[in-house]
Write a protein that binds this ligand. Sequence first.
Ligand code: GCU
Length: 724
Amino acid sequence: MMRLFRHALLLCLFCSATPAFAGDAIIGGDTGYRLWLKYDALPEIQRRNYLKSIKSWYVAGNSDTHKVIRTELEAALPSLLASDIKEHTQLRKQQLVVLTRDQIAASETELLTTLNNLGDEGYVLRQGRYQGRSVMLVAANTPVAALYGTYALLREMQTGTPLNGLATHSTPALQLRVLNHWDDLDRHVERGFAGESLWDWHKLPVYEYQRYHDYARANASIGINGTVLNNVNADPLILSPLYLEKVEALADTFRPYGLRVYLSVKFNSPQSLGGLDTADPFDPRVEAWWKDKVADIYQRIPDFGGFLVKANSEGQPGPGDYGRSHADGANMLARVLAPHNGVVMWRAFVYANEKNEERSKQAYSEFTPLDGKFEPNVLVQVKNGPIDFQPREPFSPLFGAMPNTPLMMEFQITMEYLGFSTHWVYLGTLFEEVLDADTYIKGPGSTVAKVIDGQLHDYPITGMAGVANIGTDPNWTGHPILQSNWFAYGRFAWDPTLSAESIAQNWTRMSLTREPAAVDEIVDMMMQSRETTVSYMTPLGLHHIMGADHHYGPAPWVDFLGRDDWNSVYYHRADTDGIGFDRSPSGVDAVSQYASPLREELSKPETTPEPLLLWFHHLPWDYTLADGRTLWDALVQHYYQGADDVAEMTQRWAALKGQISPLIHKQVSMSLQIQLNEARWWRDACVLYFQQYSGMPLPKGLAAPQADLDTLKQKQFPHAPGQG
Ligand code: GCU
């Protein structure tokens, strides 16, 4: 297996060779497949410096993970340093040395003491003396942590950090750092825009794609330690022996990289798969069925992570079907997983029409009464905002409101509501905004990050999930820039206090260019990109006004779907009086779910942050904003500015030609063209639609949209990708 891996790596390195040109066609260009693990040669001066302290490498240990470390160093070091440096089987001076605790000399008491505080996943990077020799040391308690340390050192090198005197250590802030794949067994990816599912179920368990290894490498390189292989809208077949054998093969492939496998399960599997007449969690036959199933899974996969469950949500079965609570359902599964150290990640994404409660409030109402009632191996997985991964939402009020139940963050990395895979939207700033948001639950500074990492409530388990944006597309994410969102997710899951900007800088240097001016330009574009998209899609707190079902493009006119709260008109509430959703105390009072003083702040439009204004308030079209503009003028100006900003991005990107790999440059250029067309489409559709209600002219200096609203309304996209 490793031989295959090495061979493919060499092939991949080969594909980065200088491309040939024929007119506009690019042959053999860098496809982006190597992600941020490109390892192209560093600038000469840097190479010379590094070669002073690294003349060979030495990895102590022979586990499968140690073999991965060796293979990675063999791919990385000769290439980065453009030198024929090699591995040595003995400790030498001026060496990169990778040590796991049981290989560390007992006389190295200081190092061993440092490691005592670093757990199973933390690592030390240290340039200094070891056993009398001057070395660059990567040390950790476990092989997987040594792998994380190795990747961290390679990241330092790829981004140009001087190794001289380097002395640092790191441990992850969150325990479960998990990707959620919304992948179906027929390889369709729900809300996926980057090709098919990575998992070729038909050829599993025999056929082992190199891509599986490269996927695991990429995850390990940013500290992701778990993967839920299948869609939350789960097919019960995933638990059949036929599929479990395939799952086992993937788990075997991923194990050396520290990547544990989890599965999404359908709550009524005992019925649909097991032939029972019920899935009631209180029925002993049901629990017995799950117990046997779980025993079978652990027989095959001893380090299986556990289950992710979407229950009583959007038509999925759940404990509510039997009059039981979410805690009753989750606890039954937790009890059968506990003896194997498995966890249940129980989703809080629930909303039900019959309760007749406003949608943004339902998860809080349903879950807070259950606080403290879950088994210790249950995490409640909460989407970052109270509705559904909109371009901008306030943080979910559940964060902070369940001190006795571990809450796990769920971010969406795939771009369901942010332009699929053709819009350049760096999500680092969105992740940062959510993680840094202050819940005030224990006074100022009670950030969402401190809720989920357990600092505020001493959670026994912690975690973050990211709905993956990857598929079989040669560059994994469909748009080269969107690789940065996978990277940023992993980095924030490791350390939620990192800055979006520093992550963008590292990613750019590792993936696109090391030219300082080009790095600055690209990072600047990344940092503005999400705000730009919010401006041309849902400015000032608007939300959920996209196309029905497929969620592609603007459709503020949607009013025909089966449930009120699936329709755009339910959310924007535009009428001749104004626009926005009154969630203040005079409306549905969603603000009461937040702690003081945030609650009071959000209750009044004057003190509500402008980016969330229409999320919380219904305001007249001529309402005056802090800067003196009317609401209508500001709304329209956002739409125009957003579209203009994309036009500017296309020019800024064009100017980088020659500094980026030609194929990647061309792909991003083409995507920007689509994004520009779509930004203008959003602008025109929303401005024309809302103008029917405002009855106000466009602000001075803005040309009226050329489009015709009725024509825009009639657009159909029967085969838009990623549909549920
Ligand atoms: C959204 C999305 C669905 C998905 C759901 C979920 O509603 O459109 O495709 O299944 O979220 O998170 O469960």
